[in-house]
Design a binder for this molecule. Sequence first.
Ligand code: XMP
Length: 319
Amino acid sequence: SWNMPDYVETAVKRIRDEVGSDQVILGLSGGVDSSVAAALIHRAIGDQLTCVFVDNGLLRLNEAEQVMETFANNLGVKVIHVDASAKFLGDLAGVTDPEAKRKIIGREFVEVFQTESAKLPQAKWLAQGTIYPDVIESAGAKTKKAHTIKSHHNVGGLPDTLKLKLLEPLRELFKDEVRELGVALGLPHAMVYRHPFPGPGLGVRILGEVKKEYADLLRRADAIFIEELRASGWYDKTSQAFAVFLPVKSVGVMGDGRTYDYVVALRAVVTSDFMTAHWAELPYELLGKVSNRIINEVRGINRVVYDISGKPPATIEWE
Ligand code: XMP
């Protein structure tokens, strides 16, 4: 294990030696790894770093605002905020297959990122938040025949198409070390200890066809769930938790009237490696509160269910 202040100094020096006076670009996702990589590289080379944050329309509630607040406003990092949501949602129209959706979202990201990086022709380096377990995993995937249940391409394909040198300052760190480094660099605790969020985002949490209307409903339901998990102290006791949008309508009553609205499923799991997982035994009181709040506050959702499936045989995400 590293002494973090010493590690920061060593890593900063290494980055400066490596890139010299070159310009660097980095795709900032709001996730832990790219955030810590951005903070570290910014500490080392300041304005030689430009981050590109792509809003694909499949982010969580207020996510873009939070990323801009933390990086651009608080840390003074140069961040280009690209709102590509119309493009992503347009390309996803009519597509229902989970893997087809992943491919479109992955391809679209590469396209948007390429367009943005073309505006920075002086950039020589592409920085990525690759961590040690990713290095091991991709080495394994090359030697073994990868047994893929779900394709996890976040930024796959970028280095090849951009013809940039790769800067990966977290390559030797485990996740817990990346988090410690993030804290040492002054990132907010809540950002550094956030649950993982898949690259395709809400795209794989809206079952079947993705529509803006569904994404907007899901964002609000999900934000209520996460807010109540944090308020009750359960956020840190679960490994991942989120809401899933089911494009199914069921009947309900509200006041004197009948409703015919969509269903949201809550998913919360406890796991150490995400290969197997237990559903989280959340208190009934908490589940009840979340359900009441979602149904009362999110017009368009009139039923909330809790997913009690383990992995295996279910996966953590529904798609
Ligand atoms: P599953 O659903 O396979 O999820 O049990 C295991 C972990 O992987 C995440 N996940 C993804 N992450 N792109 C990602 O970056 C993806 O396409 C993807 N699919 C699943 C999931 O959130 C969980 O942490």
